[in-house]
Design a protein around this ligand. Structure first.
Ligand SMILES: NC(=O)c1ccc[n+]([C@@H]2O[C@H](COP(=O)([O-])OP(=O)(O)OC[C@H]3O[C@@H](n4cnc5c(N)ncnc54)[C@H](OP(=O)(O)O)[C@@H]3O)[C@@H](O)[C@H]2O)c1
Length: 237
């Protein structure tokens, strides 16, 4: 581990959906630069093995369950320390014609991507406001910047978070808490294959690229990074 700065020491940052992809890369990056990342994920076996490998605290957390969110936030504050940062990263993909989706598909995407982000924000925010210090980064998507066919529910779940993030930015900044949105284009993760979608990710950015952008947003505290988007240059070729 290379500690590049001591200013992050003792800053606890909780990352949701951190057992793969952008979340796991963010945990690794934050650990590398000296934060105290707390890894969370919905699959207890994956949480255990990732947390043990990185030698950091890990908690089973399904963000779609508001009681789980409150329970884990309380446990982390007691076991590890005050949560200074939250990365709302957990998310799932859904693609296809809207009429073909089941009600369960729609519910799962909205509960994880939209309500999960709100439940976690709700759980950490009071203590951040009391301390007048904190940062929340919502991993949104370029899918919340434009409209296209076959992603209606996924895009809807993220457009809701775009609005939520923007409102929370202006509501929380005067209270000392930065609420920010990160809007990546394609990232080379399991998100599409988990949803049964075959996608060419050769042109995608890497999870480490995305994690570096998140780390910059978190660390440069004089800036409230409102809408940060990024896409691999190869995606334009
Ligand atoms: N990949 C892209 O091209 C891309 C582009 C723009 C935005 N994003 C966003 O980036 C975020 C991370 O996705 P990724 O690309 O890194 O995909 P990923 O590798 O599939 O990671 C998603 C993570 O979220 C977890 N998760 C799913 N539902 C959850 C729940 N209810 N509670 C807690 N954790 C849950 C997954 O756990 P399991 O492993 O147990 O399923 C997984 O660890 C998502 O919000 C996604 O929408 C991705």
């Amino acid at each position: 581990m290379s500690l590049q700065s001591t200013s992050h020491e003792n800053k606890v940052v909780l990352i949701t959906g951190a057992t793969s992809g952008i979340g796991l890369a963010t945990v690794e990056k934050l650990k590398d630069v000296g934060y105290r990342p707390v890894l969370t994920g919905r699959n207890p076996d994956k949480v255990k093995s990732c947390a043990e490998k990185l030698n950091i605290p890990g908690y089973q957390l399904n963000v779609a369950n508001e009681k789980d969110c409150a329970r884990v936030v309380a446990a982390v504050e007691q076991d590890v320390g005050p949560i200074w940062g939250l990365i709302n990263n957990a998310g799932i993909w859904l693609e296809g014609a809207f009429e073909d989706y089941s009600a369960a598909d729609i519910r799962a995407v909205m509960e994880t991507n939209t309500l999960g982000t709100m439940f976690m924000t709700h759980a950490v925010l009071p203590n951040m406001i009391n301390r007048k210090s904190g940062a929340i980064i919502n991993v949104v998507s370029t899918g919340a910047l434009y409209c296209r066919k076959s992603i209606s529910v996924y895009a809807g779940s993220k457009w809701a978070i775009r609005g939520f993030t923007g409102c929370m930015e202006v509501e929380c900044a005067p209270k000392g808490v930065r609420v920010m949105g990160f809007y990546p284009g394609k990232v080379d993760t399991n998100m599409y294959s988990t949803a049964g979608i075959d996608r060419d990710l050769e042109v995608a950015m890497t999870p480490t690229d995305a994690a570096s952008m998140i780390e910059r947003m978190l660390t440069d505290e004089k800036i409230l990074w409102g809408h940060v988007s990024g896409r691999s240059i190869n995606d334009y070729m």
